[in-house]
Design a binder for this molecule. Structure first.
Ligand SMILES: *[C@@H]1O[C@H](CO)[C@@H](O)[C@H](O)[C@H]1NC(C)=O
Ligand SMILES: *[C@@H]1O[C@H](CO)[C@@H](O)[C@H](O)[C@H]1NC(C)=O
Length: 307
């Protein structure tokens, strides 16, 4: 169940940093012939999907994706990701980053605005191709069991039959810590993020889907040695690393877009602040794009009501 009118109206009145809904672009990958609907919510990230022929009437369980992200010129560093459910919490997150000559990926799951732990559900990513040049890295992949997710008591889905999805993106310019093994990935706070409406046109679906999906034959696991069990929880590491992660001072989305602010006191935590002010965690995070909840900075001024 999605509360779309709420999400969409939030999207429109919280304009700063949000992509406009200009509809998708049609993009054909030359090497594979795969046709995508693509969206570019920021200059740093383009995401696209190709769906099975029936996906606009029957919810698809998989898609072929293209994720193209910028990296600092000449460096091939950083990481980027998409949330298949829009917000960061309780949605399937896909993180991708260049590592030497390959692009590694990891499915992640967040329950608070901590750095997310590994996702333990059935989502499976198989690569079709990847390219890394001086300014960008780009991955074509098949994502199976990626449009429905659950972990712990939470679950959700991205219903393609509605004709559009609400997706999230994030982008960082510094590379993950211990990135050689995606299962034990630790990422620092991203530089930039947002939520965007991903509307489909008839170019999103194609009868050739099965033959395109068959091109996904490359399972890229990175180098994990014997120590890491794929899917094992990294929450302990994530939490301890969060303490050393950069702590941007949380500031309201943009001056004038905040109707009410709150100053963080000792003992506060994000969920408490949201509840005390009658908003959801998602709203709190949306009003405060740079907010770091773990650790939450005492004295920081956060926006608790948008305009
Ligand atoms: C690098 O890759 C990006 C994304 O695939 C592409 O748009 C850009 O043209 C490429 N740059 C060069 C110099 O080939
Ligand atoms: C995208 O492709 C679909 C299907 O071929 C077509 O109907 C639509 O007009 C195209 N849209 C754009 C913006 O080119």
């Amino acid at each position: 169940m999605r509360f779309l009118s709420i999400i969409v109206s939030t999207l429109f009145w919280w304009n700063s940093g949000l992509a406009q809904d200009d509809g998708p672009a049609n993009y054909t990958d030359k090497a594979s012939g795969i046709v995508f609907n693509t969206w570019r919510p920021t200059k740093d990230l383009t995401f696209g999907m190709a769906l099975p022929a029936s996906a606009l009437t029957v919810d698809a369980t998989e898609f072929i994706g293209i994720l193209t992200c910028s990296s600092p010129t000449g460096k091939a560093t950083g990481w980027c990701g998409v949330s298949l459910g829009g917000g960061m919490n309780s949605n399937l997150l896909l993180v991708a980053y260049p590592q030497q000559n390959t692009i590694l990926t990891s499915f992640r799951w967040a329950t608070d605005y901590h750095l997310p732990a590994a996702y333990t559900g059935a989502a499976k990513l198989t690569q079709i191709s990847s390219t890394i040049n001086a300014t960008h890295y780009s991955l074509l992949f098949r994502c199976q069991n990626c449009l429905k997710w659950s972990q712990g008591a939470e679950s959700g889905s991205a219903p393609t039959s509605e004709g559009y999805l609400v997706l999230g993106w994030c982008h960082a310019t510094s590379s993950p810590v211990s990135g050689t093994c995606p299962a034990s990935l630790v990422v620092r706070q991203h530089n930039d993020q947002g939520i965007f409406p991903a509307r489909f046109n008839s170019g999103a679906v194609n009868a050739a889907y099965a033959s395109w999906a068959a091109k996904a034959t490359n399972t890229v696991t990175g180098s994990c040695g014997n120590a890491a069990t794929p899917g094992s929880s990294t929450s302990t590491r994530v939490t301890s690393t969060a303490k050393t992660a950069p702590m941007p001072t949380p500031t309201p989305a943009s001056p004038g877009s905040c109707a009410k602010t709150y100053t963080v006191k000792a003992g506060d935590y994000c969920y408490l602040i949201a509840t005390n002010n009658g908003i959801t965690l998602d709203q709190l995070y949306r009003y405060n794009p740079a907010l770091v909840c773990n650790p939450l900075q005492v004295g920081a001024v956060v926006c608790v009501q948008g305009r």
